[in-house]
Design a protein around this ligand. Sequence first.
Ligand code: TYM
Length: 379
Amino acid sequence: MTGNREEFTVTPWEVRGEVNYERLVVEFGLTPLNKDLYERLTRLAGDTHKLLRRGVFFAHRDLDWLLDKYERGEMFYLYTGRGPSGHTHLGHMVPWFLTKWLQDRFGAKLYFQMTDDEKFLFKPELTLEKTRKYALDNALDVIALGFDPDKTKIFLDTDYIGFLYKIALQFAKKITFSTVRATFGLTESSNIGQIFFTSIQAAPAFIESIITGKNVPCLIPLAVDQDPHFRLARDVAPKLGFYKPAILHSKFLPSLSGGGKMSSSEAMSAIFTTDSPEEVRKKIWNAFTGGRPTIAEQREKGGNPDICPVFHYYAFIFEEDDRALGERRKRCLSGDLLCGECKEDLIKRVTNFLKEHQRKRERARDIVDKFLLRGEQTF
Ligand code: TYM
């Protein structure tokens, strides 16, 4: 995506440059999440979530339609996922935090897809054994977030293909190679699994409709890089007699090294759920910030929280209190708060969070089987 002032790329497999979300709304054809809809969601949920309140979830497709259906008594289900190419980082969990909140507030079922097939197809260095291993490891992170075991199913594509394949085929038959190539930037030399893959990611958006034999609304929380898959799925859905899935789009928790989203393959750019306190300390201390080159200059001119990944970590995850976040921002802008203090405080919060999360991850090993779907199982 090229603009006058900036250049950036957002595809499911690559996020590069300084993402301009307003331009993405236009180019992807998204609807901004406006105040009215935010307030309606808040009223129906009974409270709000910081990721919504702070505009981290900034856009949607058909959320208003989904809420109309809900108010008329048509319950929706949730669907989201992970491409298991390594350990989970904190950015991956951003859509999962909101998904968990939605499940709690609305009592919705969740299908969670582990696209071990996708990562095998798109990452030359990965084997199917490795992507399976990561998928089972990443499932522990999902479970550790506290999803309801009676309302949540997780599946690896290679385990659940018996069920998914029949849905995927219906989509595959209605999507041409030229559409896939244009949507995802594939080329003549892309492998043929990559061309087919989008129909596998589309399939869970229709699972409940297939199982129940009647249309069931589906809501997909994700970060905006995954939207292109569902643009295609939404185009095809009515042709097959399905509802179009509704979508809620998040911005990216930025890379600690500055710019773009975090990357599983660049260790210093992200904090992984398996990181030790020492690794957390090193990564945050080395992080890019919105600070000035010298303390004197920062005291005089203040820092820039808007471009600072450390500040974004607070805003996305590590500061619940809006007033405290506002205060931190003000102190940064005025030069009162220096980066060292801000980083130290974040190190403490991240370390405490991970200590607790890692404990829950270990406990999740005992119950992971209850969450996993195989063969043609359903809820
Ligand atoms: P994956 O594994 O790249 O990412 C998992 C989820 O995390 C989001 N995400 C981020 N969100 C905020 N900040 C970041 N820095 C960040 N990096 C990644 C992604 O948008 C995604 O929601 N193909 C998918 C797996 C998948 C899926 C789905 C995702 C299968 N079905 C349905 C969403 C909805 C993938 O590789 O995600």
